[in-house]
Design a protein around this ligand. Structure first.
Ligand code: PA5
Length: 440
C-alpha cells in the first residue's frame, strides 16, 4: 500500500499543521463536491471504478489485435496524450527498447517536431509490421498531426490504404476535431477521450489504457490500484495521504520553497517524473502562482544536480518516490583479489546499496535545509503505479484549489501555439504573423 512519510518535512513548517490541514480540507470539498473552478473537468475522479466497460472491452480486443499483427506499436501524442502511457510503460519495461515477451516494441512520436527523430523512427520501422495509435483530444494539435501524416503515409505505402486503416487506432473527442473527421472518413477504429477529462488527467482512459494494454501492461491491476486509492481517500475524508501531501507542499511554498523536485532511485521512473511535471506544472502554474515542478533521477543526478540541491539557493523541497522491494534482486559477490575495494559489500544486494544511498542522501539534504517527503510504494508494479497516479491527480486538484487557481485549464499553453501558427502562415493568422516577424 502506498504510504506517505512527512516526518522529515513537517519540522520545516512554521505554520500550524492543523490549520494547513483544515485549509486543505476546504479545498478537497471543492474537488469532491465538484463545485470548484474547472469542475466540468473532474470526470477523472470516478474513472478507476466508473470507466465505460464497453470501451474497456474494445480497448482489450484492439490491444490483442495489435499484439497479433504487429512487431511495433507507434504511439503518437503530446503532453497529456502521451506522458501517462510512457510513464507506466517505461516503469514496467525499464530496459529501454526491450519489450515484454510476446508484445510489440513501443515507440513514441508526435511529442516534438524533430526531423532527425522522425527520420530515425521511420528507418527503425521500415519493412516491419507496425500499428499506429494516434491520440489527440482536440484532434488539432500540430506536433502529433505532423507525425501522423508522415507515419500514416509510410504505413499506407507499406500495406496499401485499406490494410493500413485496419492498423490505425484513433483516440480523440467523441464527435469533434480534425482527427475524428479523418478517422471516420478513413474507417479507423476510434476510442474516446471523455469530455470531462483533461489531457493530463487522462491516463486511465483509452489515452493510456490502449497503448499500455497493447504493450503487455496489466491494465486491470493499474485500474485496481487507482480504485483502491480512490476508496481509501473517500473513506478518510480530510485525512488522507493526498490531502496531506497537498497541504504540506503549500505550507512549504509559503516559506519560500518555490521549487519541488521529485526524485527517484529507479531509472524506469524517469517518465513518472515527466508526467508529474506536466500534471503539476500545467495545473498550478498560472495567475503568477504555483510551485515549480522539477524532477531528478538519482543517484545519477547527484553527480550533476547534487551540488545545487545540497548547497544552492534554498528554495527547494524534495519528494522521493521509493519502492520497498525490487522485482529483480542482484547480489554482489566476493572477488579473490579486492582490486576495486568492494569486497566489503559481498553478500549484499544492489537494492541494499541503492537504499543506503537514498537514506544517506536524504539526511544530507535535510542537513542542507531541504525538506524531504517520501512516497513509498510496495514495489514498482502496475497496481502500485495505479495507486500513485490517482494519489498525485487527487493531490494536484486539492493543491491547485489551496493555491487559488483552476487546476483544470491551461490558458498559457495557447500563447506559443498562436505564435507558431502565425509564423507558419496558417490561414487566419496573417496579421499576427506580420507583427511577429517584425519583432524577430
Ligand atoms: O493536459 C493537457 O490538456 C495538454 O497537455 C494536452 O494533453 C496536450 O496539449 C495535447 O493535446 P491534444 O490531446 O488535444 O492533442
Amino acid at each position: 500500500m502506498l504510504t506517505l512519510d512527512t516526518s522529515k518535512a513537517k519540522p520545516f513548517l512554521q505554520a500550524g499543521w492543523k490549520e494547513l490541514l483544515a485549509e486543505a480540507s476546504v479545498a478537497e470539498t471543492l474537488l469532491k463536491d465538484k463545485t470548484g473552478p474547472g469542475h466540468d473537468f473532474v470526470g477523472w475522479l470516478d474513472l478507476p471504478e466508473g470507466y465505460d466497460k464497453e470501451e474497456y472491452a474494445r480497448i482489450k480486443a484492439a490491444a490483442e489485435r495489435i499484439r497479433e499483427d504487429s512487431e511495433v506499436l507507434v504511439v503518437i501524442g503530446i503532453g497529456g496524450s502521451y506522458l501517462g502511457a510512457r510513464a507506466v510503460m517505461e516503469a514496467l519495461r525499464p530496459v529501454i527498447g526491450v519489450p515484454l515477451d510476446g508484445y510489440p516494441e513501443v515507440y513514441f512520436a508526435g511529442h516534438q517536431i524533430s526531423a532527425t527523430y522522425m527520420r530515425a523512427l521511420q528507418k527503425a520501422i521500415r519493412g516491419r509490421k507496425f500499428s499506429i495509435n494516434v491520440i489527440s483530444k482536440s484532434g488539432t494539435t500540430t506536433e502529433p498531426a505532423i507525425a501522423f501524416r508522415l507515419l500514416k503515409r509510410q504505413l499506407e505505402e507499406q500495406l496499401g490504404k485499406e490494410e493500413a486503416a485496419r492498423r490505425i487506432y484513433a483516440t480523440t473527442d467523441k464527435a469533434r476535431g480534425a482527427l475524428k473527421k479523418l478517422a471516420e472518413q478513413e474507417g479507423y477504429e476510434c476510442f474516446v477521450v471523455p469530455d470531462d477529462v483533461g489531457g493530463r488527467y487522462s491516463v486511465l482512459t483509452a489515452v493510456g489504457l490502449l497503448p499500455l494494454a497493447a504493450g503487455g501492461i496489466d491494465t486491470d491491476a493499474l485500474l485496481k490500484g487507482a480504485a483502491d486509492m480512490r476508496r481509501r481517500i473517500q473513506n478518510a475524508p480530510g485525512e488522507n495521504p493526498a490531502v496531506e501531501y497537498a497541504a504540506l507542499r503549500n505550507g512549504l511554498l509559503r516559506q519560500g520553497k518555490l521549487v519541488e523536485i521529485l526524485a527517484n532511485y529507479e531509472p524506469g521512473l524517469h517518465y513518472v517524473g515527466e508526467w508529474w511535471k506536466q500534471l503539476y506544472g500545467e495545473s498550478e502554474g498560472k495567475d503568477g502562482k504555483g510551485i515549480f515542478p522539477a524532477a531528478v533521477d538519482l543517484t545519477t543526478d547527484l553527480h550533476s544536480m547534487g551540488q545545487y540541491i545540497q548547497d544552492g539557493n534554498r528554495i527547494l523541497m524534495e519528494t522521493v518516490i521509493c519502492a520497498e522491494k525490487s522485482a529483480l534482486p542482484v547480489l554482489l559477490e566476493e572477488e579473490a583479489e579486492d582490486l576495486d575495494g568492494l569486497n566489503y559489500l559481498a553478500g549484499k544486494t544492489m537494492d541494499f546499496v541503492n537504499e543506503s544511498a537514498m537514506k544517506g542522501t536524504m539526511l544530507a539534504h535535510l542537513d542542507g535545509g531541504v525538506p524531504v517527503t517520501r512516497i513509498c510504494l510496495d514495489e514498482i508494479d502496475a497496481y502500485s503505479l495505479g495507486e500513485l497516479i490517482y494519489f498525485f491527480e487527487y493531490a494536484c486538484g486539492v493543491s491547485g484549489y489551496i493555491l487559488g487557481v483552476n487546476p483544470f485549464d491551461q490558458p498559457g499553453v495557447e500563447s506559443y501555439k498562436k505564435n507558431m501558427f502565425a509564423l507558419l502562415g496558417k490561414p487566419g493568422y496573417e496579421a499576427a504573423g506580420e507583427e511577429l516577424r517584425k519583432r524577430l
